[in-house]
Design a protein around this ligand. Structure first.
Ligand code: C5P
Length: 216
């Protein structure tokens, strides 16, 4: 029997981790979970309820009531506002606890899964067979995210995008609950000077090396 293959892809915003994770999932025929989308849905849910993003109790309630199958990457959820809201509710331990079990269950599917997020390799699937920490300089990430948003009519000045990215990095890395950190056994993939093809190739090689190491 082939061992299950869980791949955890962590890293900061606009590092390329989402695209890499989604392509790895297609390549290995594994189900894919964008965990950031769940936090984005919680942030949007709090706003829709006209609540405050700092209200931990309300955010946890929204997280517990989340209908995961209805969470799809709409423009509203993948936009800039939802990213900011997500990063604010993601600091509430109750929100993280509410989302943890369903993410763990996703990772435990027979055959395995690809999880993309800030804490997939550290908290959700610490035993993942392959772990990547994908990063790039803040400037390159700001340019990439700016291009992405401009492509759908949400044009933002470079300086403003860079500030957004730096503020989000600082909040995600500095929070007490599951801060963004590279797992000690994750392989660092710096995509600063790579296009998506080169980054995907490098990611695939990292996964293959991990499979060899752990005995596929
Ligand atoms: O990856 P994405 O930009 O969609 O994530 C939005 C926010 O959700 C992040 O800035 C982070 O605060 C939070 N998040 C998290 N843990 C995850 C995924 C996302 O805290 N596993």
């Amino acid at each position: 029997m082939t061992r299950s293959l869980v791949i955890a892809v962590d890293g900061p915003a606009a590092s390329g981790k989402g695209t890499i994770a989604a392509r790895l999932a297609v390549h290995y025929g594994l189900p894919y979970l964008d965990t950031g989308l769940l936090y984005r849905a919680v942030g949007r849910g709090v706003i829709a309820a006209r609540g405050s993003l700092e209200d931990a109790g309300l955010a946890e309630e929204v997280a517990r009531d989340l209908n995961v199958t209805a969470v799809t990457p709409t423009d509203e959820l993948t936009g800039r506002g939802a990213g900011e809201a997500a990063s604010r509710v993601a600091g509430h331990p109750g929100v993280r606890a509410a989302l943890l079990e369903l993410q763990r269950a996703f990772a435990a599917q027979p055959g395995g899964a690809v999880l993309d997020g800030r804490d997939s390799g550290t908290v959700i699937a610490p035993d993942a067979r392959a772990k990547l920490f994908v990063t790039a300089t803040p400037e390159v990430r700001a340019r990439r995210r700016g291009r992405q948003l401009a492509g759908r009519g949400e044009a933002i000045a470079f300086e403003e995008m860079l500030e957004d990215i730096q503020r989000r990095d600082a909040r995600d890395a500095g929070r007490g609950a599951a801060p963004m950190v590279q797992a000690s056994d994750a392989v660092l993939l710096d995509t600063t000077d790579m296009d998506i093809e080169a980054a995907f190739d490098a990611a695939r090689r990292i996964v293959e090396a991990a499979c060899v190491r752990t005995g596929a």
